[in-house]
Write a protein that binds this ligand. Structure first.
Ligand SMILES: Cc1cc2nc3c(=O)[nH]c(=O)nc-3n(C[C@H](O)[C@H](O)[C@H](O)COP(=O)(O)O)c2cc1C
Length: 186
Protein backbone atom coordinates (compact mmCIF):
# COMPACT_ATOMS: atom_id res chain seq x y z
CA UNK A 1 0.00 0.00 0.00
CA UNK A 2 1.56 3.25 -1.18
CA UNK A 3 0.86 6.61 0.39
CA UNK A 4 2.30 9.70 -1.30
CA UNK A 5 3.06 12.82 0.70
CA UNK A 6 3.05 15.71 -1.77
CA UNK A 7 4.33 18.76 0.04
CA UNK A 8 6.10 22.09 -0.18
CA UNK A 9 8.43 23.75 2.28
CA UNK A 10 10.43 26.94 1.93
CA UNK A 11 12.82 26.84 4.87
CA UNK A 12 12.24 23.29 6.12
CA UNK A 13 9.65 23.54 8.88
CA UNK A 14 6.85 21.98 6.85
CA UNK A 15 9.35 19.39 5.61
CA UNK A 16 9.80 18.31 9.25
CA UNK A 17 6.03 17.97 9.52
CA UNK A 18 6.00 15.92 6.30
CA UNK A 19 8.65 13.58 7.70
CA UNK A 20 6.51 13.10 10.81
CA UNK A 21 3.50 12.24 8.63
CA UNK A 22 5.66 9.64 6.85
CA UNK A 23 6.76 8.18 10.19
CA UNK A 24 3.10 7.81 11.17
CA UNK A 25 2.29 6.05 7.90
CA UNK A 26 5.13 3.57 8.51
CA UNK A 27 3.56 2.51 11.83
CA UNK A 28 0.95 0.57 9.85
CA UNK A 29 2.03 -2.85 8.54
CA UNK A 30 2.30 -2.88 4.76
CA UNK A 31 2.09 0.89 4.37
CA UNK A 32 4.90 2.72 2.60
CA UNK A 33 5.21 6.49 2.46
CA UNK A 34 6.79 8.33 -0.45
CA UNK A 35 7.82 11.90 0.27
CA UNK A 36 7.45 14.12 -2.80
CA UNK A 37 8.77 17.68 -2.33
CA UNK A 38 7.22 19.89 -4.99
CA UNK A 39 10.31 22.11 -4.82
CA UNK A 40 12.14 19.40 -6.77
CA UNK A 41 10.22 20.56 -9.81
CA UNK A 42 9.73 17.18 -11.45
CA UNK A 43 6.43 15.82 -10.21
CA UNK A 44 6.30 12.00 -10.44
CA UNK A 45 2.75 11.80 -11.79
CA UNK A 46 2.98 8.01 -12.25
CA UNK A 47 3.87 7.55 -8.57
CA UNK A 48 0.89 9.68 -7.59
CA UNK A 49 -1.39 7.67 -9.87
CA UNK A 50 -0.15 4.41 -8.37
CA UNK A 51 -0.60 5.60 -4.79
CA UNK A 52 -3.60 4.52 -2.76
CA UNK A 53 -3.67 7.82 -0.89
CA UNK A 54 -2.19 11.27 -1.31
CA UNK A 55 -1.51 13.52 1.68
CA UNK A 56 -1.04 17.18 0.74
CA UNK A 57 1.16 19.50 2.78
CA UNK A 58 2.13 23.15 2.56
CA UNK A 59 3.34 26.04 4.63
CA UNK A 60 0.59 28.62 4.97
CA UNK A 61 1.69 31.59 2.89
CA UNK A 62 -0.56 34.64 2.72
CA UNK A 63 -3.37 32.63 4.25
CA UNK A 64 -3.35 29.82 1.73
CA UNK A 65 -1.12 27.14 0.22
CA UNK A 66 2.22 28.06 -1.33
CA UNK A 67 2.41 29.10 -4.98
CA UNK A 68 4.49 26.00 -5.72
CA UNK A 69 1.85 23.62 -4.39
CA UNK A 70 -0.87 25.62 -6.13
CA UNK A 71 1.00 25.23 -9.42
CA UNK A 72 1.07 21.44 -8.97
CA UNK A 73 -2.67 21.57 -8.24
CA UNK A 74 -3.25 23.45 -11.48
CA UNK A 75 -0.94 21.16 -13.43
CA UNK A 76 -2.86 18.14 -12.10
CA UNK A 77 -5.98 19.28 -13.95
CA UNK A 78 -4.80 18.00 -17.30
CA UNK A 79 -2.71 15.10 -16.02
CA UNK A 80 -5.02 13.67 -13.35
CA UNK A 81 -8.39 15.44 -13.20
CA UNK A 82 -9.43 15.08 -16.85
CA UNK A 83 -8.69 11.32 -16.91
CA UNK A 84 -9.94 11.00 -13.27
CA UNK A 85 -6.71 9.27 -12.16
CA UNK A 86 -7.15 10.21 -8.48
CA UNK A 87 -10.87 9.40 -8.16
CA UNK A 88 -11.61 7.42 -4.98
CA UNK A 89 -8.12 7.78 -3.57
CA UNK A 90 -7.94 8.69 0.10
CA UNK A 91 -6.74 12.28 0.72
CA UNK A 92 -5.68 14.33 3.73
CA UNK A 93 -3.69 17.46 4.46
CA UNK A 94 -1.38 19.29 6.82
CA UNK A 95 -0.05 22.81 7.13
CA UNK A 96 2.39 24.82 9.20
CA UNK A 97 2.64 28.56 9.75
CA UNK A 98 4.40 31.23 11.76
CA UNK A 99 1.43 32.47 13.77
CA UNK A 100 -0.54 30.20 16.07
CA UNK A 101 -3.66 30.82 14.00
CA UNK A 102 -2.13 32.38 10.89
CA UNK A 103 -5.22 31.50 8.76
CA UNK A 104 -4.04 27.89 8.49
CA UNK A 105 -7.61 26.62 8.15
CA UNK A 106 -7.90 28.23 4.75
CA UNK A 107 -4.93 26.20 3.51
CA UNK A 108 -6.60 22.96 4.63
CA UNK A 109 -9.91 24.03 3.09
CA UNK A 110 -8.08 24.71 -0.18
CA UNK A 111 -6.55 21.21 -0.11
CA UNK A 112 -9.84 19.51 0.85
CA UNK A 113 -11.78 21.32 -1.87
CA UNK A 114 -9.10 20.42 -4.39
CA UNK A 115 -9.31 16.77 -3.30
CA UNK A 116 -13.11 16.87 -3.63
CA UNK A 117 -12.77 18.21 -7.17
CA UNK A 118 -10.65 15.15 -7.95
CA UNK A 119 -13.30 12.83 -6.47
CA UNK A 120 -10.99 11.91 -3.61
CA UNK A 121 -12.15 10.89 -0.12
CA UNK A 122 -10.97 13.31 2.56
CA UNK A 123 -9.82 12.08 5.98
CA UNK A 124 -9.64 14.57 8.83
CA UNK A 125 -8.13 14.41 12.27
CA UNK A 126 -9.77 12.40 15.07
CA UNK A 127 -8.06 14.12 17.99
CA UNK A 128 -9.57 15.95 20.93
CA UNK A 129 -8.35 19.57 21.18
CA UNK A 130 -5.97 19.42 24.11
CA UNK A 131 -4.86 22.49 26.04
CA UNK A 132 -1.09 22.67 26.48
CA UNK A 133 1.97 22.82 24.28
CA UNK A 134 2.91 19.23 25.10
CA UNK A 135 -0.43 17.85 23.86
CA UNK A 136 -1.36 16.62 20.40
CA UNK A 137 -3.74 18.90 18.47
CA UNK A 138 -2.90 21.82 20.76
CA UNK A 139 -3.94 24.13 17.88
CA UNK A 140 -7.38 22.51 17.72
CA UNK A 141 -7.93 21.74 14.05
CA UNK A 142 -9.90 18.84 12.59
CA UNK A 143 -9.76 19.21 8.83
CA UNK A 144 -6.09 18.21 8.94
CA UNK A 145 -2.88 18.46 10.96
CA UNK A 146 -1.73 21.93 11.96
CA UNK A 147 1.68 23.04 13.21
CA UNK A 148 3.22 26.35 14.26
CA UNK A 149 6.86 27.27 13.78
CA UNK A 150 8.82 30.14 15.25
CA UNK A 151 11.42 31.96 13.16
CA UNK A 152 14.15 29.57 14.17
CA UNK A 153 15.82 26.46 12.82
CA UNK A 154 13.58 23.59 11.68
CA UNK A 155 15.55 21.61 14.29
CA UNK A 156 13.57 23.55 16.92
CA UNK A 157 10.17 24.14 15.25
CA UNK A 158 7.59 22.68 14.89
CA UNK A 159 7.61 21.33 18.45
CA UNK A 160 7.18 17.65 19.32
CA UNK A 161 3.42 17.80 19.95
CA UNK A 162 2.81 19.24 16.47
CA UNK A 163 5.02 16.55 14.94
CA UNK A 164 3.16 13.90 16.95
CA UNK A 165 -0.10 15.33 15.60
CA UNK A 166 1.27 15.04 12.06
CA UNK A 167 2.40 11.46 12.68
CA UNK A 168 -1.04 10.64 14.05
CA UNK A 169 -2.61 11.92 10.82
CA UNK A 170 -0.22 9.78 8.76
CA UNK A 171 -1.08 6.69 10.79
CA UNK A 172 -4.81 7.42 10.55
CA UNK A 173 -4.64 7.84 6.78
CA UNK A 174 -2.77 4.52 6.46
CA UNK A 175 -5.32 2.73 8.65
CA UNK A 176 -8.31 4.18 6.78
CA UNK A 177 -6.70 3.44 3.40
CA UNK A 178 -6.09 -0.17 4.46
CA UNK A 179 -9.69 -0.50 5.59
CA UNK A 180 -10.92 1.03 2.32
CA UNK A 181 -8.76 -1.30 0.23
CA UNK A 182 -9.82 -4.38 2.16
CA UNK A 183 -13.45 -3.43 1.68
CA UNK A 184 -12.93 -2.98 -2.03
CA UNK A 185 -11.41 -6.47 -2.33
CA UNK A 186 -14.54 -8.18 -0.97
C1 LIG B 1 5.49 34.58 1.67
C2 LIG B 1 5.15 34.15 3.07
C3 LIG B 1 3.88 34.30 3.53
C4 LIG B 1 3.54 33.89 4.81
N1 LIG B 1 2.25 33.98 5.23
C5 LIG B 1 1.92 33.55 6.47
C6 LIG B 1 0.56 33.57 6.90
O1 LIG B 1 -0.36 33.94 6.17
N2 LIG B 1 0.29 33.17 8.16
C7 LIG B 1 1.28 32.76 9.03
O2 LIG B 1 0.98 32.45 10.17
N3 LIG B 1 2.57 32.68 8.62
C8 LIG B 1 2.90 33.06 7.37
N4 LIG B 1 4.20 32.94 6.93
C9 LIG B 1 5.19 32.28 7.81
C10 LIG B 1 5.39 30.81 7.41
O3 LIG B 1 4.16 30.12 7.35
C11 LIG B 1 6.30 30.12 8.41
O4 LIG B 1 7.56 30.77 8.43
C12 LIG B 1 6.47 28.65 8.14
O5 LIG B 1 7.13 28.04 9.24
C13 LIG B 1 7.28 28.40 6.87
O6 LIG B 1 7.41 27.00 6.68
P1 LIG B 1 8.58 26.41 5.77
O7 LIG B 1 9.85 26.50 6.57
O8 LIG B 1 8.17 25.01 5.49
O9 LIG B 1 8.63 27.25 4.54
C14 LIG B 1 4.55 33.35 5.67
C15 LIG B 1 5.86 33.23 5.18
C16 LIG B 1 6.16 33.63 3.91
C17 LIG B 1 7.58 33.45 3.40
Amino acid sequence: MQIAILFDSGVGHTAKQAQAVAEGVSRVDGAQATLIPVADGNIPWATLEQSDAIIFGSPTYNGTVSARLKKVMEDSTGVAWVPQKWRNKIAAGFTNSGAMHGDKLNSLITMALFAAQHGMIWVGLDLFANIGDDKMNRIGGWLGAMAQSNRESPDLSPIKSDLDTAAHLGQRVAEVTLQFRNGAEK
